[in-house]
Write a new protein. Structure first.
Lengths: 137, 381
């Protein structure tokens, strides 16, 4: 078992010295940004010109749904959100610290990415995980 | 290159048949389609079978094991919710290529109940409810909310889609449900993923549909032209790259691309289409596709549903079968079931829900991942 939390997804990076961040991979030919490692750009087809980058921690809400029924054992309601980060990447996650009420949620509202324990979820080896969340700023 | 015609087409009444197997359900539809044109399995030169749940299970061959093992080529295919349309299109392609004069296409599915969608990877921890939702109602809710963001489309407008399609299904004896659902009933139903309530989600059902496709010369030789339906366009697209691809499946661009190609192939425009069966897997999705298919301009979909233009009796009725919302959505069967629906109207045999004087009809399905299949059909006789 790891003595430190593991990242919930591969594109969440936890440096030994410093704050966690989300990592994108940017095509140097066309500028498309991907989540996760790849060698070929699916926008322009250029090979071997994709470089890692630290994604912005700020962005705005693009679209969302308020989820009231999910798979068994998943706590509801929660807000499933698509956030456009300021550098052009788009990320999906839970929007927290807002009432799950459409009257309280505005398209384009300023968002920041925050990091925290993955809702107490552990893998079968008992490891804890660090995840990212969106909240209004 | 010969034109291709649907000479036989039918579907079983959609429902839940846990006591039956997938090949049994598929066989029922295959026999119905053969009976519809008075032909037998011995007349078929190839079988194209669409099924998702048993995609490695040789469903097409197992259907022939039930209705006649004639040794013909069988192609099994899966393409998410575009599976049935893909099987039909492969059959059409073979006829157009001149390989065969008579082929059979079957789409079949047996569904469990409950939510569809990604439950997360096999390793690590479940991501559902931690990194948003991968459930289908939520994914299509987000796609609908993108439309709300752009055009102010309301919860009530999305809900009206479900009212309309449930109303249509009261006239379709082959639909899973025949019940009216007034607006307040739809809006007050259990909220699944805002803005989709339970009545705004398609119904998981078991079902099958089948079609016999013929060359023009064969259809004439067999005396089948009086009820034949001409396939004016068959198009399949995948999703071109979009900036939010990785987090928000785009059902719009592949539909627009397919629609443009289909109208060009058919030599007609959206203004010529008399009825549409489109992929209303969720009420939010139907609104998007009015615009994607060119039934109205961008931003006008809300008005279209408000003014009843897409209801039976309106300018261009959409989902008069009841749609996936009420007829039901057996994934692999849906693409051929909607071809059955449009063909039935073009033949003037749709009974109480008949769209009067229908000459051209369009069918549309989306398989998330993504695949879009569009067919444009024309009345012959």
């Amino acid at each position: 078992m790891s003595d430190k939390p593991l990242p919930a997804v591969d594109f969440l990076k936890i440096p030994d010295d410093g704050e966690p961040y989300l990592e994108g991979h940017k095509c140097q030919a066309c500028g498309a940004i991907f989540l996760g490692v790849r060698n070929v750009c699916s926008k322009c087809g250029t090979r071997d010109q994709i470089e890692p980058m630290k994604l912005a921690n700020k962005g705005s809400l693009y679209a969302y749904s308020i989820v009231h029924r999910s798979f068994p054992g998943i706590e509801v309601p929660y807000i499933s959100a698509i956030v456009d980060l300021d550098d052009g990447a788009s990320v999906k996650g839970n929007l927290i610290n807002v009432d799950p009420d459409p009257d309280k949620i505005e398209f384009g509202m300023p968002i920041e990415v925050v990091y925290g324990d993955a809702l107490g979820r552990k893998d079968r080896d008992g490891n804890s995980y660090l995840s990212y969340f969106f909240q209004p700023r | 290159m010969s034109d291709a015609y649907i000479v036989g087409v039918d579907m079983i009444k959609f429902g839940r048949f846990p006591e039956k197997t997938v090949p049994e359900i598929g066989s029922q539809a295959a026999l119905l389609a053969l009976d519809d044109c008075g032909l037998s399995v011995q007349d078929m030169e190839a079988l194209y079978c669409g099924n998702l749940g048993q995609s490695s299970g040789m469903v097409g061959q197992r259907i022939l094991q039930q209705i006649g093992q004639t040794g013909i080529p069988v192609v099994n295919c899966s393409n998410a919710c575009a599976t049935g349309a893909t099987a039909f299109r492969e059959a059409w392609t073979a006829v157009k290529a001149g390989l065969y004069d008579l082929v059979l296409a079957v789409g079949v599915e047996q569904m469990g109940r409950g939510l569809l969608g990604g439950a997360g990877g096999a390793t690590g921890i479940p991501k559902e409810g931690l990194l948003g939702s991968g459930t289908m109602p939520a994914v299509f809710a987000e796609a609908g909310m993108e439309h709300s963001r752009k055009y102010g489309t309301t919860f009530e407008q999305f809900a009206k889609v479900s009212v309309k399609n449930h109303h249509h299904s009261t006239m379709n004896p082959k639909a899973m449900y025949q019940i009216e659902t007034p607006l307040e009933t739809v809006m007050n139903a259990e909220m699944i993923s805002y803005p989709n309530t339970k009545l705004m989600c398609s119904v998981n059902v078991d079902g099958a549909a089948a079609a016999v496709i013929a060359t023009e010369s064969k259809a004439r030789e067999l005396g089948l032209m009086n009820r034949a339906v001409k396939v004016r366009a068959s198009v399949l697209t995948s999703d071109p790259w979009q900036e939010r691809d990785l987090v928000m499946p785009d059902v719009n661009t592949c539909t627009r691309k397919a629609a443009a190609a289909a109208y060009e192939m058919a030599g007609v425009g959206p203004e010529d289409i008399n009825l549409v069966e489109l992929h209303d897997c969720f009420a939010t999705a139907e609104i998007l596709h009015y615009e994607n298919l060119g039934l109205c301009g961008d931003g006008e979909a809300g008005r279209l549903i408000d003014e009843g233009e897409v209801a039976l009796g309106g300018r261009v009725p959409v989902n008069v079968s009841g749609g996936l919302l009420s007829k039901g959505h057996p994934l692999g069967a849906t693409g051929i079931a909607n071809i059955y629906e449009v063909s039935t109207h073009l033949r003037g045999e749709a009974g109480k829900r008949q769209v009067e004087n229908a000459r051209f009809g369009l069918t549309h399905v989306i398989g998330l991942g993504s695949a879009c299949g569009i067919h444009i059909l024309e009345k012959v006789a």
